[in-house]
Design a protein around this ligand. Structure first.
Ligand code: SF4
Ligand code: SF4
Ligand code: FES
Length: 331
């Protein structure tokens, strides 16, 4: 009897990356192959726990006999492929992507690697000119495909707009959004199954939106915060973090992270409590935990007030700001 071929019985795939031979499991992506041999490939829209969507293109590599550069995060490795991860073409492409993002989006709260890649690829977003004036609240949400604003040729068109603060748990600052789709995937098919947010509009006017641009509390959102957990740029942020940043009291160097188990039910979700001045300032979940894969529900992520609302004798210096974060409208 011949057993059906499976990924275990099939032979490994052999390819060459930057001149070095490598063997990977059948079905592995070029990104996996690169990581296996310790080659660094930048990614923005890719996350191990989400389905690749191929939208940022920062991970492109050159494959011999392929006309275009290919996204390493989703291209499957094939026998005999010859891959270059650091050619002039690859470097140029990554530099352009970083410049386009940097000239139109506020990347100041993005993951640290983004700044490192800016330096590594010598990206100069400023050469596109100063950023255009921010739009007024809701203006970008009303745009229709084909309705482009006047281009003045002197400033770089941007996505800057007022932060959406419509609840006490988290804010949406789409001036920081690179449209990586991670939040849409985490809210929808890959984790939460709620589908409260999606991409609306086309081209430069494309943006993340609730249905009919409703405030979060009036739509389908269940405030699990899984979208915040995957956002790489700080566009989605705990209200507590946002208020502390505004008050210039957000201090990651003074924070510690304590791993614990959620106390609300028996599922066993792991929590990472980020504390500053002995106060919980936000809650995340470890991505490599097999119960949560980084995702939580509203109780685990936001339901921690009972821990620190005990009329403490020594009030922390950040208490006032944290209290402000629990009021419906920003002050
Ligand atoms: S908080 Fe949860 S339900 Fe609401 S938009 Fe984010 S992922 Fe979707
Ligand atoms: S809000 Fe964040 S996660 Fe969502 S598309 Fe924008 S950058 Fe990506
Ligand atoms: S990380 Fe590969 S396309 Fe975004």
């Amino acid at each position: 009897m011949t057993l059906p071929e499976t990924s275990e019985t099939r032979e490994a795939v052999r390819l060459t990356i930057d001149g070095a031979p490598v063997e990977v499991r059948p079905g592995a992506t070029l990104l996996e192959a690169c990581r296996q041999m310790g080659t660094d490939v930048p990614t923005l829209c890719y996350l191990e726990t989400l389905t690749p969507v191929n939208v940022c293109r920062i991970c492109v590599v050159e494959v011999e006999r392929n006309r275009t550069l290919v996204p390493a995060c989703s291209r499957i490795a094939e026998e005999g492929m010859v891959v270059k991860t650091d050619s002039d073409r690859v470097r140029h492409s990554r530099k352009m992507i970083l410049e386009f993002l940097g000239s139109s989006v506020d990347l100041s709260a993005a993951e640290d690697e983004v700044g490192e890649w800016m330096r590594q690829y010598q990206a100069e977003p400023a050469r596109y000119g100063p950023q255009s004036e921010p739009t007024v609240a809701g203006e970008r949400d009303r745009r229709h495909p084909g309705h482009h604003g006047e281009v003045n040729g002197r400033t770089a068109e941007g996505v800057h707009q007022p932060t959406k603060v419509d609840n006490t748990l988290y804010v949406r600052d789409y001036s920081r959004c690179i449209l990586c789709y991670k939040c849409v995937e985490a809210c929808g098919i890959d984790a939460q199954g709620t589908y409260a947010i999606a991409v609306a509009g086309r081209g430069f006017d494309a943006r993340i939106s609730t249905e009919m641009d409703l405030p979060l509390g009036d739509g389908a959102c269940v405030f699990c915060g899984n979208c915040i957990g995957v956002c790489p740029t700080g566009a989605l942020m705990f209200r507590s973090e946002w208020e502390l940043r505004r008050a210039e009291l957000w201090d990651p160097d003074a924070q510690s992270v304590t791993r614990t188990v959620c106390s609300y039910c028996g599922v066993g979700c792991n929590l990472e409590l980020h504390t500053q001045d002995n106060r919980i300032v936000k809650v995340t979940s470890p991505q490599d935990h097999d119960v949560t894969s980084g995702h939580l529900c509203i109780k685990g992520r936001f339901g921690y007030d009972y821990v620190q609302n005990l009329g403490d004798v020594d009030r922390s210096s950040i208490d006032e700001v944290l209290a402000k974060a629990r009021r419906p409208a920003p002050e």
